[in-house]
Write a protein that binds this ligand. Structure first.
Ligand code: 3PG
Length: 399
């Protein structure tokens, strides 16, 4: 396991873990239905970290949240037990235990203990200091490895690190920071960013930041529609009027690639027939659900010129077969590109899985909101906590 060193934080891989109680905050927030794990990408991403700690003879404790339950109540649908079952299979050579409580559970070196969903605990969301201390008391070393939750200032992602004897970054968190930093600071040029999807308001900040650092930004979905709405009446198409002034400003930078044609339908359903139209031809009862042929040609050409690609969001309603071609062509184009490509966000991961291009993307982030906030340039609370811990450690070691 090798990674670029971040001198502002302590790395788990640099510490002596032998016989230590090592509490690792992972992000196992994965979709679960009827006790079945529907996507295990995030769990898989944490396996090397857990393996590393077990092989170093640590007493390993894992904690994660799942979903957004009401604190103080056990919601069986959001229990971590299906993941415990999953991990028992993977780590069958080790003793694996599960605990519902935060009482000290004695485990031996080279054993694994998994705690119940942290969001059942009162005070988790509010970063309560009592709860944070309880977590900290469970361990000698706290490891923050949940990049997907690094934008949350909660007791298990932030507070615990303030009270733990030592708080460090796990290998997954470090590789996420490294990959994103590589794409965002000093990228190989040309850098092409792609911002699409339906969540317009949460993505305009990202778009603003990316338009400053990218050579070209390709827009799709509701974001692209908001740009089209500057000049055209786009019927029922998803867009947000309040972002039109910002879209106008960004367009003036001349590096935003706005679709020149779209696939439109008359009802939001997979039965709807797709018709290719220019924005000026869209009628009141029609809605854009994908990019059109000319736009596909243009964006795939642009992608092939890129040396760095940062991708968040689909081009249209890719879940509907008739409106999936724009996103599919975009995905395939990124997959065959020789650029350093980084992708993140829940919808983007779904696209990657749907078109089976996982092995052709240089780095797939486990972060949704965390990926967006990091890319926007926000200092994530968990990273701030790790920097504080490093400073505290330096001071203690020099006195
Ligand atoms: C995510 O899925 O983005 C993370 O696990 C964070 O989940 P949250 O948005 O419920 O805090």
């Amino acid at each position: 396991m090798h990674s670029i060193h971040n001198k502002n934080i302590i790395h788990m891989t640099d510490l002596d873990l032998n016989k230590k109680k090592v509490l690792i905050r992972v992000d196992f927030n994965v979709p679960i239905k009827n006790n079945q794990i529907l996507s295990d990408d995030r769990i898989q991403a944490s396996i090397p970290t857990i393996n590393f700690a077990l092989k170093k003879n640590a007493k390993v404790i894992l904690m994660s949240h799942i979903g957004r339950p009401k604190e103080g109540q056990i919601n069986h649908n959001l229990s971590i037990t299906p993941i415990v079952k999953y991990l028992k299979k993977i780590f069958h050579k080790y003793n694996v235990y599960f605990s519902k409580s935060l009482q000290h559970v004695p485990i031996k070196p080279g054993e694994l203990l998994i705690l119940e969903n942290v969001r059942f605990n009162i005070g988790e969301k509010t970063n309560d200091s009592q709860l944070s201390k309880k977590y900290a008391e469970l361990c000698d070393i706290f490891v923050m490895d949940a990049f997907g939750s690094a934008h949350r200032k909660e007791a298990s992602t932030y507070g615990v690190g303030l009270y733990a004897k030592i708080a460090c970054a796990g290998p997954l968190l470090v590789s996420e920071i490294n990959a994103l930093t590589k794409a965002l600071q000093n990228p190989q040029r040309p850098m092409v960013s792609i911002v699409g999807g339906a969540k317009i308001s949460t993505k305009f900040q990202l778009l603003k930041k990316l338009s400053m650092i990218s050579d070209i930004v390709i827009v799709g979905g509701g974001i692209a529609n908001t740009f089209l709405a500057i000049d055209y009446n786009i019927g029922k198409s998803l867009h947000e009027k309040k972002f039109i002034p910002l879209a106008k400003k960004l367009r003036a930078r001349n590096n935003i690639l706005i679709p020149v044609d779209s696939r439109i339908g008359t009802e939001f359903s997979d039965k709807s027939i797709a018709i290719n139209k220019k924005p000026s031809e869209i009628k009141e009862n029609e809605e854009i659900m994908d990019i059109g042929n000319k736009s596909i040609k243009k964006i795939t050409q642009v992608i092939q010129t890129a040396k760095t690609i940062l991708w968040n969001g689909p081009m249209g309603v890719f879940e509907f077969k008739n409106f999936s071609i724009g996103t599919r062509k975009l995905a395939k184009s990124i997959a065959i590109s020789k650029a350093f490509s980084i992708a993140g966000g829940g919808e983007t991961i779904n696209v990657i899985n749907m078109f089976d291009i996982k092995n052709n993307i240089s780095y797939i982030s486990t972060g949704g909101g965390a990926f967006l906030e990091f890319a926007e340039g926000t200092k994530l609370p968990a990273i701030h906590m790790l920097e504080l811990s490093k400073k505290k450690h330096n001071i203690n070691n020099t006195i």
